[in-house]
Design a protein around this ligand. Structure first.
Ligand SMILES: Cc1ncc(COP(=O)(O)O)c(C=O)c1O
Length: 366
């Protein structure tokens, strides 16, 4: 039914809906890809901000080698859409999930991150039984202290163990510098990221010295790619969310050169006071906690309270002209937790609806 809305002006649509400015998203994709490829690296964007094969394919048109996923089910969605080079940058545990990865190897060419022999041994057995080979990389803890094998001897021993298994093929290592994204001083941020990437470099050298394959060294998010891309050891960047350039990346991570592309279109449904308006777009439509949304085109309007169904604006100056029925766009503070609330992206060019993309990865949590 939504397809019949194509060609409609934004102002005429029911709200709330999740909107992409297609021209801006394209420019962001080009900017990220140019930046990364110009440093001689590959781009394997994390798809968690969009979970949508059509957008992953667009990233590949802009030069991405493949896609990064966080879940087996997300990888299945991408593979079903014909994308083969899929990194699952997460620990896959459990007999059924391991079976699914082995089955996926018959339709795509996934890479699975591991940090312990207990994850890789069952995967190898399942793949061997099916007669397929699954690529594997070791996630190394470079200071995030989330998952990740300890660098040095532990990483080398795990690599040697994987190398002895049939059914899996060790192709490299990864690390994520997520703990360093919000360092305000750019010099300190660069130093700490370089240090983290040197940890990966040291691990790579250990593997290479032991005659093990380490062709892939994967790292980087949107909040860091403008630094991580300069690090010698890194071969590919996982930065993804920058295609929407959320205020989180710009304000807290100091990312430059990307423009806001994602908004929630809302309607003013109440004007309880001169200095207060209420929108129909509460927490069920966007995630305000990491970084508050910005009211597009109304500098005098600030989001001050968000409940399940309502979003309150405090108004100053010209923003006080807002009236019941007016449409307002909220530039969402952080896309990842917003996307998962919606069934579809509405893609606009010059405010005219051009495409509706179902978010096929929505609810794909296993
Ligand atoms: C493993 C991994 N890679 C990359 C990223 C960066 O993703 P994005 O560029 O969308 O912020 C994340 C973010 O949480 C991550 O967990």
């Amino acid at each position: 039914m939504t397809q019949s809305l194509i060609g409609t002006h934004k102002q005429e649509l029911d709200t709330p809906i999740l909107c992409i400015d297609l021209e801006t998203m394209d420019a962001n994709m080009k900017s990220m890809s140019d930046f990364i490829l110009s440093r001689g690296k590959e781009w394997r964007p994390h798809q968690k901000c969009h979970k949508t094969p059509a957008i992953a394919w667009k990233q590949m048109e802009y030069g991405a080698t493949g896609v990064t996923c966080g879940k087996v089910s997300e990888a299945e969605v991408m593979a079903a859409a014909g994308i083969e080079d899929i990194l699952i940058a997460n620990m896959i545990v459990g007999k059924r999930k391991v079976e699914r990865v082995a089955a996926l190897c018959q339709h795509a060419d996934p890479i699975v991150a591991v940090d312990h022999f207990a994850q890789v041994e069952p995967l190898a057995a399942a793949c061997h039984a099916r007669g397929v080979l699954c690529r594997v990389i070791i996630e190394v803890n470079i200071g995030l202290d989330r998952v990740g094998c300890r660098p040095g001897k532990d990483t080398l021993e795990l690599a040697q163990g994987i190398d002895r298994l049939e059914g899996v093929d060790l192709v490299g290592i990864m690390g994520y510098e997520g703990h360093l994204l919000c360092i305000p001083d750019p010099v300190e941020k660069r130093e700490k990221i370089e240090h983290g990437m040197n940890v990966l470099k040291h691990c790579r050298d250990l593997l290479l010295d032991a005659n093990l394959d380490c062709s892939i060294v994967s790292a980087g998010g949107t909040g860091s790619y403008q630094i991580t891309s300069d690090c010698e050891s890194v071969t590919e960047l996982q930065a993804g969310g920058g295609i929407f350039a959320d205020p989180f990346y710009r304000n807290q991570c100091g990312v430059v050169g990307l423009e806001y592309a994602l908004t929630v279109l809302a309607t003013v449904v109440s004007r309880p006071a001169l200095e207060r308006a209420v929108l129909d777009s509460g927490r069920k439509t966007h995630y305000p906690d990491l970084e508050p949304p910005i009211v597009k085109g109304h500098p005098g309007a600030k989001v001050t309270r968000v409940s399940a169904e309502h979003c309150q604006l405090d108004l100053e100056g010209e923003a006080r002209n807002l009236k019941i029925g007016d449409k307002v766009e909220l530039i969402v503070g952080y896309a990842d937790h917003t996307t998962v609330l919606h069934d579809a992206f509405y893609g606009f060019r010059n405010d005219i609806l051009e495409v509706v993309w179902p978010i096929a990865g929505r609810g794909k949590l296993q």
